[in-house]
Write a protein that binds this ligand. Structure first.
Ligand SMILES: Nc1ncnc2c1ncn2[C@@H]1O[C@H](COP(=O)(O)OP(=O)(O)O)[C@@H](O)[C@H]1O
Ligand SMILES: [Mg+2]
Length: 234
């Protein structure tokens, strides 16, 4: 699979894919600035399909297993990574928004970013569509945004999915599903559930802002942000 890109986030991602060396991420055959040649999987089973066929817990645990492998990699010549503070810049420096809940996410993001626990290389877009079935080698990540920060943040994007990829099939937005996922991820990843909820809320606000900038209506993000806020208020 050849991916060619001029996007700096994708270019950083390609370097990180190479650095991961096949441990939790698809193996890289060749890599140069803006170009990456990945081993291709021919399997067509997807994590989103698992979710829709009633195996959301399995999909969540596969996502957690991949995240854990990626976060384990250390040492060597780590590639250049974007700090979470920079990734959240548009949310931190809100100009004007009609959506009060996004202002709340901005305040929350500032707090979270100021008190991060140990930083690790982060995938930055870890959701059902960015982890592929590589058979006996497990489910491996593609398409990272190559960030640097607290590992809890990497578990937020999955809570918006697979709905963002297919809003016509609401799944993640169900309150029971959301609460079950929070319990599963906290337990499997060894995360404080309230800290996870705060990152989910902040991440929803950031994702919503990008949607609004593109002229979209962030229905999924608004709902997930609200579910996280509601759980935190309990
Ligand atoms: N190594 C691979 N093997 C098989 N399919 C792949 C591979 N890499 C990407 N794809 C396919 O291409 C799609 C888009 O790739 P991705 O890198 O996630 O780009 P995008 O930036 O468009 O999300 C994936 O969802 C998957 O279907
Ligand atoms: Mg992708």
């Amino acid at each position: 699979m050849l991916k060619v890109t001029a996007d700096p986030d994708e270019q950083r991602g390609a370097a990180l894919m190479a650095w991961w060396g096949g441990a939790g991420a698809a193996p890289v055959l060749k890599h140069d600035l803006g170009v990456i040649l990945l081993e291709r999987t021919s399997r067509d089973r997807s994590l989103a399909a698992l979710v829709y066929e009633g195996s959301d817990d399995d999909a969540t645990s596969l996502l957690c297993a991949t995240a854990a492998r990626l976060h384990l990699r250390q040492g060597g010549d780590a590639p250049s990574l974007k700090p979470l503070e920079d990734w959240f810049a548009s949310l931190l420096n809100l100009s004007q928004t009609d959506e009060a809940w996004i202002v709340g996410c901005s305040t929350l993001a500032r707090l979270l970013l100021s008190e991060q626990s140990a930083a690790v290389p982060l995938h930055g877009d870890l959701h059902h569509g960015n982890i592929l079935d590589f058979g006996s080698r497990g489910w491996l990540a593609i398409d990272p945004k190559a960030l640097w920060g607290e590992r809890t943040a990497d578990y937020a994007a999955m809570f918006l999915n697979p709905d963002l990829a297919d809003p016509a099939r609401p799944f993640a937005v169900d309150s029971g599903t959301f609460e079950r996922r929070v319990r599963t991820v906290s337990s499997l990843a060894g995360l404080d559930s309230r800290r996870l909820l705060r990152w989910i809320q902040a991440w929803s606000g950031l994702s919503a802002l990008w949607f609004l900038e593109g002229g979209g209506d962030p229905v999924v993000q608004r709902r997930i942000g609200e579910l996280a806020a509601r759980s935190l208020a309990q």
